[in-house]
Ligand binder design. Sequence first.
Ligand SMILES: *[C@@H]1O[C@H](CO)[C@@H](O)[C@H](O)[C@H]1NC(C)=O
Ligand SMILES: *[C@@H]1O[C@H](CO)[C@@H](O)[C@H](O)[C@H]1NC(C)=O
Ligand SMILES: *[C@@H]1O[C@H](CO)[C@@H](O)[C@H](O)[C@H]1NC(C)=O
Ligand SMILES: *[C@@H]1O[C@H](CO)[C@@H](O)[C@H](O)[C@H]1NC(C)=O
Ligand SMILES: *[C@@H]1O[C@H](CO)[C@@H](O)[C@H](O)[C@H]1NC(C)=O
Length: 265
Amino acid sequence: MKFSMIFMFSSTLLFLVNSSANAQATSPPAPILPPTPSPAPAPAPISPYVNLTDLLSVAGPFHTFLNYLESTKVIDTFQNQANNTEQGITIFVPKDTAFSSLKKPSLSNLTQDQLKQLILFHALPRYYSLADFKNLSESSPVSTFAGSGQFALNFTDESGTVHLDSGWSKTKVSSSVHSTDPVAIYQVDKVLLPEAIFGTDIPPSSAPAPAPASEISPAADSPSSESTAGHSPGIAPPSSGHRIINSGVWIQLIFAVSGVLVLFL
Ligand SMILES: *[C@@H]1O[C@H](CO)[C@@H](O)[C@H](O)[C@H]1NC(C)=O
Ligand SMILES: *[C@@H]1O[C@H](CO)[C@@H](O)[C@H](O)[C@H]1NC(C)=O
Ligand SMILES: *[C@@H]1O[C@H](CO)[C@@H](O)[C@H](O)[C@H]1NC(C)=O
Ligand SMILES: *[C@@H]1O[C@H](CO)[C@@H](O)[C@H](O)[C@H]1NC(C)=O
Ligand SMILES: *[C@@H]1O[C@H](CO)[C@@H](O)[C@H](O)[C@H]1NC(C)=O
């Protein structure tokens, strides 16, 4: 009676092991089925056309810059250059917050011509990847779409970060929005103000106060995160590890017992 119970048990085990093995053996052919041919390959664009309006309306938010681009019609100039894959274009786009935090020289009483020049000042009539700026810093004042001289920008590369200087605006590229050969769009932290519009009588900036605060905080964070990381792993894992070992031992025992029984039958 007892013996037949054990026999039933072990044969049931064998059946289970076999059926699961069979299930595994039969399942692989399914993924080999021919991949669904229905989604037609996307029609490859003949030229790499980038719609600047589209791009700027979803990124950022760059709504203020985009509104100026459209009201001054500079968008047509830039889009035309973007379509020109020979040279391409590099645009520096300030975020909405850069415009809203601009207090001292206001844009409000600029003429329409000055506003147009200001927007043109935010682009270079050539495509530059971020790596190209290392080179560009050597050719110091770089002419913008607005012109040369007091419409030129200075670039410096400080350990991989691109810094821009218009005299009035000292800022940096804070992120790359788009950078594929004919079109580069980089986010900058400030509105670029040219000396040609605002003059060379630049008030000395007393701005860089917030910088040291942000330099201190990461250093202060790291020791605390290390100490919390050191505490937590000491408590939880051993119990779960113990359980895993126990269940593993039980499975091995069951298989060993049923294996021995099968040999004897
Ligand atoms: C570019 O995108 C804008 C906004 O989506 C759209 O109104 C415009 O027609 C597009 N221009 C072209 C030439 O496709
Ligand atoms: C740029 O190219 C697109 C697509 O070829 C075209 O629809 C658009 O009118 C062009 N825009 C300009 C300003 O050349
Ligand atoms: C803008 O207005 C201020 C005074 O409100 C004036 O000092 C300045 O010259 C004006 N700028 C231009 C470009 O008209
Ligand atoms: C970088 O500068 C060197 C010399 O200044 C020049 O020969 C080279 O063509 C430049 N490279 C690019 C990508 O502009
Ligand atoms: C840009 O660089 C040139 C040459 O190094 C220098 O003469 C000029 O003053 C700089 N302009 C600004 C706005 O920093």
